[in-house]
Design a protein around this ligand. Structure first.
Ligand SMILES: CC(C)(COP(=O)(O)OP(=O)(O)OC[C@H]1O[C@@H](n2cnc3c(N)ncnc32)[C@H](O)[C@@H]1OP(=O)(O)O)[C@@H](O)C(=O)NCCC(=O)NCCS
Length: 161
């Protein structure tokens, strides 16, 4: 019912109104979900930039299919989270979202973007590699997985020209 490929035209900035939709996808994506209230507070923050992809159904309904949130400082930003609805993965949604997000951050004079990714998150690491992120550090036993086992994280960085 919802179209597969995402175009950049279906991506836009989001505010706290979309907290529940983001929290739902986040809960389907991570072992430690963030509550809707956390998203609401983040998305209401002046320093947080949230963007989301939307799919339109044949009947004209729209639903949020993926999102990315970054927090910006002076001339750096940190990508806080990115996730795509499980049923719609591997369709280029994250690629379109991140491409747009990088353009948004560059337009806001961000010079470097940082993020943390679990070492064994192959999907995300492949995605970030494509966008030119480079490893700049490692945090041992940084995450705790659903089964309680500790997992390490890599710190990645991408500079804007
Ligand atoms: C990581 C995630 C956001 C990717 O979203 P997506 O919309 O499926 O990504 P795309 O379709 O744009 O994929 C882009 C590229 O990423 C890589 N990739 C995506 N999913 C992959 C997978 N399951 N295995 C290996 N590589 C994968 C591939 O290189 C892919 O390109 P290709 O399809 O041409 O091979 C999604 O899997 C997700 O929401 N995961 C759970 C949350 C998460 O881990 N977020 C990142 C935290 S740091």
């Amino acid at each position: 019912m919802f179209g597969r490929p995402q175009t950049s035209a279906s991506i836009r900035r989001i505010g706290p109104d979309f907290a529940a939709a983001c929290a739902k996808i986040h809960a389907q994506s991570f072992a430690h979900p963030w509550a809707p209230a956390e998203f609401e507070s983040l998305l209401a923050g002046r320093d947080v930039i949230g963007e989301a992809a939307f799919a339109t159904s044949l009947f004209g309904g729209r639903r949020l299919t993926g999102f990315v949130l970054s927090r910006r400082g002076a001339d750096t930003a940190e990508m806080l989270t990115v996730a795509v609805a499980p049923a719609l993965r591997r369709n280029g949604v994250a690629t379109a979202l991140i491409a747009r997000h990088l353009a948004t951050l560059a337009a806001e004079s961000v010079k470097s973007l940082f993020l943390e990714v679990e070492t064994d998150n192959r999907a995300a690491r492949a995605l970030y590699r494509r966008f030119g992120f480079e490893e700049v550090g490692e945090r041992k036993a940084y995450y705790r997985k659903a089964d309680g086992i500790a997992a390490s994280a890599l710190v990645l960085r991408r500079d804007f020209d």
